[in-house]
Design a protein around this ligand. Structure first.
Ligand SMILES: [Zn+2]
Length: 258
């Protein structure tokens, strides 16, 4: 069994439009903090220098969105109402674990510029790889966007799916669609530019809004998809259980048989 890391890092030093705050309490600062907490809460005196190396434990405090780094979008991210089920979308902590450990399929979309691909392009890719996704399989889009990760271009230059492509995958029984790009939809600037030009509302975030009518999850900001075969491997992408959240970070990994 071989493991391939499909996750991008949550890195406060990398460029983000919505910057990450990552504050570290070092093990020494942890010792001093413990000393003051013991004094104020319990009236106990504690000498931090009796600890090995004078150190206690470190602590990381982060401020970031649930869409920073590799993450799974839940139906509640797409809107507050659905046209399926009881009309209420599920949050990330409510999604079935069974969705997130399944055979994977990689589609190569690296040949496309910024914008969207449709169902016909996706079907062409099924024919090229000789495999059509089956019920429950996790479809991963290798757009090549990973090459721009950590730069402003990562957020403005990539290809997404239009509604026809999303519906084609959902019709096949796919419930999780992943991408190495910032979004499963086209970039904000590209969408708004096409909307201004055409006045066509259907160009506005069709991949995300499809999730108001059919329940599915997206994985965004994946990495290393070019290291995978087109199919014949498992994907593990359990989202972090954040109560009531529209997304959760995941350490996505591919499992390949030797
Ligand atoms: Zn997201």
């Amino acid at each position: 069994m071989r493991l391939i890391d499909l996750s991008s890092a949550i890195d406060a030093a990398a460029y983000e439009p919505d910057p990450i705050e990552h504050n570290v309490l070092t093990p020494r600062q942890g010792a001093l903090h413990m000393q003051s907490e013991m004094r104020s809460h319990f009236g106990l005196e504690f000498d931090p220098d009796v600890l090995p190396d004078g150190e206690f434990l470190s602590l990381d405090r982060l401020s970031l969105t649930s869409h920073t780094g590799t993450h799974v979008d839940a139906p509640s991210h797409y809107g507050s109402r659905t046209t399926y089920g009881d009309g209420t979308p599920r949050h990330i902590d409510e999604m079935p674990l069974e969705w997130f450990l399944n055979p994977g399929v990689v589609l190569d979309l690296t040949g496309y510029g910024t914008g969207v691909v449709g169902a016909a392009d996706v079907e062409k890719e099924f024919a090229r790889i000789g495999h059509t996704p089956r019920d429950g399989e996790i479809v991963l889009l290798n757009t090549g966007a990973q090459d721009r990760a950590g730069t402003p271009a990562y957020f403005t230059d990539f290809v997404g799916l239009d509604a026809s492509a999303v519906h084609l995958l959902l019709d096949l029984g796919v419930r999780v669609i992943g991408t190495d790009a910032f979004s499963l939809d086209a970039p904000f600037n590209d969408i708004l530019e096409r909307y201004r030009r055409t006045g066509d509302r259907s160009v506005l975030w069709p991949a995300h809004f499809a999730g108001r009518h059919r329940e599915y999850c997206q994985i965004e900001r994946l990495a290393n998809l070019s290291l995978l075969p087109a199919y014949g491997f498992q994907v593990c992408c359990f989202p972090v259980k954040i109560t009531g959240a529209g997304a959760g970070w995941t350490r996505a990994v591919a499992l390949l048989e030797d």
